[in-house]
Design a protein around this ligand. Sequence first.
Ligand code: FHN
Length: 445
Amino acid sequence: MKRIATLCLLLLALNGYSQTNAELDPKILTSKAVMNQFMDLRFGMFIHWGPVTLRGTEIGWSRHHQVPATDYDTLYKVFNPINFNADEWVKTASDAGMKYLTITAKHHDGFCLWPSAYTDYNIMATPFKKDVVGLLAKACKKYHIKFCIYYSVLDWYQENYPLDNSTDPKLADKRKKPDMEKYVVYMKNQLKELVKNYDPYMLWFDGPWEAPWTKAMGLDMYTYLKTLKKDLIINNRLGKSFSGIDADGTAKFLGDYDTPEQRIGSLNMQTPWETCMTICEQWSWKPNDKMKSLQTCIQTLAKVAGGNGNLLFNVGPRSDGAIEPAQVARLKDMGSWLKQYGTAIYNTHGGPYNPNDTFATTRSGKKIYLHVFKPVTTLTIPEMPGVKINKAYIMKGATVALMQTNGQITLTLPAVLPDPNDTVIVLETDKSTIDIAPIKNEEKK
Ligand code: FHN
């Protein structure tokens, strides 16, 4: 999977695709206030799901490869997730401390989890016959979780989309008469259905890297969507270069925020960004998938927040509709940590130090939250120019001894840190911390 994402990025870079919001009418761009509210949420649930879970292979990508297309494209006929319960999925997200949820309404395989009027290849053609997108939208409203929709630009099932994902000419599903113009109309009709019927907080696009999708289509689609809902948040994957930040931190892409994938983005105080990452290894469910440790999960969230980003953390529910109990338990443990330390994550800004494997920092008002990831007894960091630390203490715990000399801050920590995954130390300063410029701190190996 990682190889695929890297390949996609490489293809885009080689094609020299770059477009920015400067090519859009500034009046239609999502406002800073809406984006600030989104960034305050910090933590969301990504869900990759569909009939492919019957095979336990990767959604979209395994079609024609591990699973012959003739098999893959007929799985819907026996897809009957009798244990699907939208409230349970959303409650799992809420108990994890997640504030938004993004569902793959249509992934690269073209299957639609809602009763689309524009294709029969949708959930109502399965024995299950329930509007999954609609049920999740309703459950998100009930649990005050922002409802977001993932929609794949590329579509290896729809006849009008010119490409299939088979590399073997013998296997390739010969497109009879593809017509990209008609496919774009299909996209706009489906997106209008999704926006009008389910009122998503955000659309998470994916798959812009293939040749049939052009820069002009991306600009046109962003503009079109903003006629449907002004404050709709749209990620940067309608554009061809779906990740690109200038040296000074400004965006070099089309869309409202950057989407580093399976990696933690760099500290950036200018451009909003969200890391999307799997809790296991595969995006959609597979048997015995290897799950990240609680420490890795918590430290990933803290490092992402420390970089001023959001974390969209992915689970892949099973073909019966249930999320693996082990993943539910892991997420619950993240929620327990957030119940204790959430003040150091939600409604904060990242920085001023760039995160590393020893610590990360978040900040709010006059406070800096120093997240310590390793059992160190002293921590020495570059001082913050012009900033005086009046008090240092473990959040909800004991005072921490602190020295500020020779341009350095040295903290003396207890031999056993209260939380081995991430102990939060509060530094109370004498000024508004948001004004402190980012501080480069190299990891001492
Ligand atoms: O090809 C997809 C992949 O299946 C998955 O949906 C990820 C999630 O961000 N996006 C693409 C790879 O970059």
